[in-house]
Design a binder for this molecule. Structure first.
Ligand SMILES: Cc1ncc(C[n+]2csc(CCOP(=O)(O)OP(=O)(O)O)c2C)c(N)n1
Length: 627
């Protein structure tokens, strides 16, 4: 660690540095963040943009007394480094290491968990109202990005701010980027406000280059006038209408300007919004050039990247890109197919679709609830909308899926990406709740493919079906297949026996699984067979409706027990569905289920987590031999 960072053991130490030392501290922080992310992966570009802002926050406010709430929380690495976690920062995102997101059990400087966008304003308002009820005096600050500001929850909080009447400081960290470019009317409006900061930055650069204006007095007067006009105009501006005093825009890399603005915000009596202009990816050439490509990254070779000043990302197929490619091909044949993303065009593999069919592609911003209802409207008008979304971010749309899609049996297709555990992002991001969440909704068909060809068959099946469908698939990929191969549509609710029992059909342990867990089921079945026990394997394909007829037939043939394996929460999951189906058939055959038990799954590599959770062929085999 560098000289300055070494000296900072807790938040108060940041204040003991002189203003002149701060650029060097910022540089050390960036070096540390880049080196750590190159080893462990993580959210690079957003963190590099928030370094000076975080230092300034710690020079003006005093955590843990003052509460700083980070929206999403993916940009809080500097915060972690300066609030007593520098010595453990090397374990960032590793199994049992420190989290990539704020986590109160890690430090009392993190007042609240985050990971999903749009919550900071509501949380801050809650903290502020609680403070006023308790008659204490701490400052409450929400730091939110320009893209997260357009989220529905943020708007609901803005709308409620005057009513609650408590002072909060909202810091709008505006880098004009979501993961890719920010979209929407709010973003455009904010962009207009930032023109000033951009202009000032260019002016400062020109001055440094030796083109210093002579008429300093005149320039200062002009600048004051400019500020006055701006503040009169901004009095009527968007945020002021919600009862927030607008301050800004401030250059988010100018330490003095930041500290001064934060002090003003602190001194102002009512709620304040500080509009801070930052550069996503700042201080690292590759991420300055391609901030979207460096938003969230896996480990990389820093030397190679620096030498090439570019990131070489070998484009290996995964479920997201396979789905995007298949959808694009199907959309060529079927003009009613439309695609929707909530600010995750790259992550969900829709880039190709967006380029090929710009008029049939919608990036709605970080607004998943809107995306679902918007899709419902499109479906009700005769189109076949597909909303590709990560399982974890789908969670907040449950009511919309029930009320706006399922109840009207509308043919919306939800492509639920990152279903199952996702690895280092940890408990805020694992996609283990979609099955229990969706399974109780009538009219939904829920499937999971075991490889890309089955994904193709499921997409075809979804488009041939006149009702809502869900296709879930995990992070990562299946074995390579030729996507152009033709496949048959599936019969809805029909499972496939992929391994007949080895010794007749009596006393068989029938493994029922699907998707990424199917190889685990096959592995465990193999081991059981080698131990002299009869076993067979079913690819359920459909989580809903479940193939009751096959269950019934297997029981009639003398099934000894069923073993279900899923990459999802056990409570209300696929195993529960098998139990319910057997109970409905009045069949009393034991079912042993493997999946995620009733606890949040921590961060770590997928392998580490599967081992810890007993979701390996070995662990399942051992369990079955003992039970
Ligand atoms: C509800 C939800 N949807 C999607 C995401 C994925 N996501 C993480 S960060 C991000 C972009 C955030 O942009 P912004 O708020 O402007 O912050 P920045 O990264 O630019 O600092 C997105 C879409 C999320 N965390 N939560």
């Amino acid at each position: 660690m560098g000289n300055l960072l070494n000296k900072i053991k807790g938040p108060m130490d940041v204040r003991s540095l002189s203003t002149d030392q701060l650029p060097a501290l910022a540089e050390e922080l960036r070096e540390k963040i880049i080196a750590t992310v190159s080893r462990n992966g993580g959210h690079l570009a957003s963190n590099l943009g928030a370094v000076e802002l975080t230092i300034a926050l710690l020079r003006i406010f005093s955590p843990p007394t003052d509460k700083v709430i980070w929206d999403v929380g993916h940009q809080a690495y500097t915060w972690k480094l300066l609030t007593g976690r520098a010595d453990r920062f090397d374990t960032l995102r590793l199994y049992q290491g420190i989290s990539g997101f704020p986590k109160p059990c890690e430090s009392d400087c993190d007042p609240f968990v985050a990971g999903h966008a749009g919550t900071a304003l509501s949380v801050a308002l809650g903290f502020a109202a609680a403070r006023d009820l308790k008659k204490t005096k701490e400052a409450v600050i929400a730091v939110i990005g320009d893209a997260a500001m357009a989220n529905g929850i943020s708007f609901e909080a803005l709308n409620n701010l005057e009513e609650v009447g408590s002072k909060v400081i909202v810091i709008l960290n505006d880098n004009e980027m979501s993961i890719s470019e920010s979209v929407g009317a709010l973003s455009r409006r904010l962009g207009n406000l930032l023109t000033d900061v951009r202009y000032n930055r260019i002016k400062a650069a020109a001055e440094q280059a030796g083109h210093k204006l002579r008429m300093t007095f005149l320039r200062r007067t002009y600048h004051r006038l400019e500020q006055a006009i701006k503040s009169i105009w901004l009095k009527n501006a968007f945020f002021e209408e919600f009862g927030l005093r607008y301050i800004g825009p401030i250059d988010g890399h100018d330490m003095r300007a930041l500290e001064q603005a934060l002090r003003s915000a602190d001194e102002f009596k009512g709620p304040v919004l500080l509009h801070v202009a930052t550069q996503k990816g700042r201080g690292f050439k590759p991420s300055e050039q391609l901030p979207h490509a460096w938003h969230g990254v896996g480990p990389f070779d820093l030397d190679k990247v620096l030498a090439a000043t570019q990131r070489n990302a070998p484009a290996k197929m995964n479920y997201s890109t396979a789905c995007g490619t298949l959808l694009t091909a199907m959309a060529e044949q079927n003009e009613s197919i439309l695609a929707i993303t909530a600010a995750m065009v790259e992550g969900t593999g829709l880039l190709e679709f967006s380029r090929k069919f710009p008029g049939r592609f919608f990036d709605v911003g970080i607004c998943e609830t809107h995306a679902v209802v918007f899709a419902a409207g499109l479906a009700a008008s005769g189109f076949r909308p597909v909303f590709a979304v990560y399982s974890t971010f789908l969670q907040r749309t449950l009511d919309c899926i029930m009320h706006d899609v399922a109840l009207q049996n509308l043919p919306v297709l939800l492509c639920v990406d990152r279903a199952g555990i996702v690895g280092s992002d940890g408990p805020t991001h694992h996609g283990v709740f979609d099955i229990p969440m969706l399974r109780s909704l009538p009219n939904l068909v829920i499937m999971q493919p075991a490889d890309y060809l089955e994904l193709k068959a499921m997409l075809q099946t979804a488009f041939a079906h006149h009702g809502p469908t869900v296709i879930r698939y995990p992070r990562g990929g299946s074995h390579e297949v030729d996507l152009s191969r033709s496949v048959e549509n599936l019969e809805i609710g029909k499972a496939a026996v992929i391994r007949e029992p080895n010794q007749g059909v009596a006393d068989v342990a029938w493994f029922w699984s699907f998707g990424d867990m199917l190889p685990v089921a096959e592995g465990a079945a193999d081991k059981l067979i080698r131990a002299g026990r009869p076993a067979g394997v079913v690819n359920a394909r459909f989580i809903k409706p479940i193939d009751s007829a096959l269950l019934k037939a297997q029981v009639a043939q003398g099934a000894a027990r069923f073993v279900t394996i899923e990459n999802g929460a056990l409570a209300g999951g696929f195993g529960s569905a098998v139990r319910e189906a057997l109970a409905e058939l009045r069949l009393a055959v034991p079912v042993r289920s493997f999946g995620w038990s009733d606890a949040f799954v921590e961060q770590g590599s997928t392998d580490e987590l599967l081992h810890a959770g007993g979701l390996t062929a070995d662990a399942i085999f051992q369990d079955l031999m003992e039970s």
